[in-house]
Write a protein that binds this ligand. Structure first.
Ligand code: ATP
Ligand code: MG
Length: 251
């Protein structure tokens, strides 16, 4: 029996008079990779911003492992084990890979006045993590983010989410503007997330990418979830396209 990790209940969000979400219910189970699809403006980003504490919800409830959590800030979400990665993820480009991995959570060495960041430890863990997320090129962890490609940056953001044991990793269009090899890298990470016991919400406009990695597809249209149980193994890209555009409700 699948164990429920996240439950969003009757989520409504208004931007002024614009209703971006009109009563969305969504669940994600442990070790489940969910694809969230929908046309431009369907409400996908708004929904995950609510879940990651980036914007306040108008009404509705969010439960993590059955316990209601008020997501008043991104810190609330991170403390609840939810990490969100955007294409332009919150990496500080002038800092090194290692520093970015630990941003705000740096290991320390020494005490009192002599307390300082444990750079050696950070570099050591960073090298290990880069290997884990499949950056096989020998990039020293002291390299600044500015010197990395889009896909490599993505890898660093994912490595961070994995290192801090986030239960749920949310990726909002992570493969936009990426090259073929980099895209493959990101898709591999998402696949790998399940094996290491993480859950994932994966948003992408490329349905083929979604089909390759997810266990279940949820489709949103005009602020509502229209279908939440598409099994990519028993469906086709064309059928899902029809649901997204509203030509068909059954898959
Ligand atoms: N900050 C905002 N202020 C006002 N309206 C907004 C704001 N952000 C989003 N909206 C509106 O809310 C609706 C949902 O937008 P959202 O960004 O969640 O869609 P999306 O499904 O992520 O689309 P896309 O695939 O284009 O990223 C749209 O009508 C959008 O114009
Ligand atoms: Mg969006």
């Amino acid at each position: 029996m699948a164990k429920e990790l996240i439950r969003m209940k009757n989520i409504k969000k208004y931007y002024g008079k614009v209703q971006a979400l009109n009563g969305v219910d969504l669940t994600v189970n442990e070790s489940e990779i969910v694809g969230l699809l929908g046309d431009n403006g369907a409400g996908k980003s708004t929904l995950i911003k609510v879940l990651s504490g980036a914007i306040p919800v108008t009404s509705g409830e969010i439960y993590v492992r059955g316990k209601e959590i008020k997501m008043n800030s991104t810190t609330d979400a991170i403390n609840a084990g939810i990490e969100t990665i955007y294409q332009d993820s919150a990496l500080v480009t002038e800092l090194s890979i290692a520093r970015n991995l630990f941003l705000g959570r740096e290991p320390e060495i020494g005490s009192g006045l002599f307390k300082r960041m444990d750079i050696e430890k950070m570099n050591e863990v960073a090298s290990e993590l880069l290997r884990e997320v499949g950056i096989s090129k020998n990039i020293p962890p002291s390299t600044p983010i500015a010197a990395l490609s889009g896909g490599e940056r993505q890898a660093v953001a994912i490595a961070r989410a994995m290192h801090f044991e986030s239960d749920l990793i949310i990726l909002d269009e992570p493969t936009n503007n990426l090259g073929v090899a980099e895209t493959r890298g990101v898709l591999n990470f998402v696949r790998g997330a399940r094996k290491s016991g993480h859950s994932c919400i994966f948003i992408a406009h490329n349905i083929h990418h979604v089909f390759q990695v997810v266990d279940r597809i949820i489709v949103m249209r005009r602020g509502s979830v229209v279908v939440d149980d598409i099994d990519p193994k028993n469906s086709t890209v064309e059928a899902v396209e029809r649901v997204i555009t509203g030509m068909d409700e059954t898959v």
